[in-house]
Write a new protein. Structure first.
Length: 299
């Protein structure tokens, strides 16, 4: 694997670490299977790219993308909490609606950002080479987001959200508004996914209507793979697992595509993704089987 391919894998892995954070919030904290991310990821890219081409500051465009993603997550939660639609079906409905909304926002299937300013443009003024700029910039963003998430999940509101996801009946008995917690958590989750989409669009130089296909699988692979490597006894370890799992996933994909004897090509990406997700799901079970403590023989 070349240095450029390696740095590119790190760059994309850091972007998808934000997706993994969002999936961790919905699946692990709220116990809410959410497919909205396949729509909120391109939503973030569509909003950000369109606003940048309209002359917006890229930082404000990125903030608008986060807001749009949070609104999409809130819609999914509202459908489930208020209209009592099954969470999985509610997320599918929102994801389907977002496909048309994204096309409306962009006005066409894709929007190019060639020659437009992005959040990475600051590194050009500092003389940092382009293939170092994105990994450095995204590493700063991921670290900041992880710190804010850690602080939030240990706050009173975060603890209430964790309680609502772990045992909603007990949380209600303690006076916690579980419906409100679900709406806030889903808004935060999809806001993070939209942030990832906005950064991805600025990194690749375009936003495309199909850029969200399979994002949920990548997020799940990152979360489950990270949990297999780092037993998430604390929130900090869980967040670190999301980052490490995402980066290792992208490195595995890059290595597979750059290994000549395997004969894999770019069109095999979904096949590689499915195989890696299956491995990530099986790995924790295999790990427990290998390291299962043996009992002492009875006297």
């Amino acid at each position: 694997m070349s240095q450029i391919a390696f740095l590119g894998a790190i760059e994309v892995g850091l972007v998808f670490a934000l997706v993994a954070f969002g999936v961790f919030l919905s699946f692990r904290i709220l116990d809410f299977p959410d497919l909205t991310v396949d729509g909120s990821f391109p939503l973030g890219g569509a909003v950000c790219a369109t606003l940048i081409t309209f002359g917006w500051n890229p930082w404000l465009a990125t903030l608008a993308a986060i807001t749009a993603g949070a609104m999409a997550g809130s819609v999914t939660a509202w459908l489930n909490v208020r209209l009592k639609i099954l969470h999985l079906l509610a997320s599918i409905l929102t994801m389907m609606a977002l496909y048309s909304i994204n096309l409306r926002i962009m006005g066409k299937p894709n929007v190019a950002l060639l020659g437009e300013p992005t959040v990475l443009s600051v590194f050009d003024t500092l003389g940092v080479k382009y293939y170092y700029a994105a990994p450095i910039g995204f590493a700063i963003v991921v670290t900041a987001v992880a710190g804010l998430l850690l602080f939030f999940l240990k706050s009173e509101l975060g603890l209430a959200m964790r309680a609502a996801g772990a045992n909603p009946h007990m949380a209600k008995a303690q006076g916690i508004n579980t419906g409100f917690m679900i709406i806030v958590g889903m808004a935060l989750s999809n806001g993070l996914v939209a942030l990832a989409g906005a950064l991805f669009a600025q990194s690749t130089g375009n936003a495309d209507i199909t850029m969200g296909v399979g994002v949920i699988l990548v997020g799940l692979a990152s979360v489950i793979g990270g949990e297999a490597l780092l037993t998430p006894r604390t929130i900090l370890l869980a967040l670190l697992g999301c980052i490490i799992g995402s980066i290792l996933y992208r490195l595995a994909v890059a290595a597979a595509l750059n290994t000549d004897f395997l004969g894999l090509q770019a069109q095999d990406l979904n096949l590689i993704t499915a195989a890696l997700v299956a491995m990530a799901i099986v790995l924790p079970t295999a790990k427990r089987a290998v390291f299962k403590p043996t009992g002492r023989p009875q006297a």
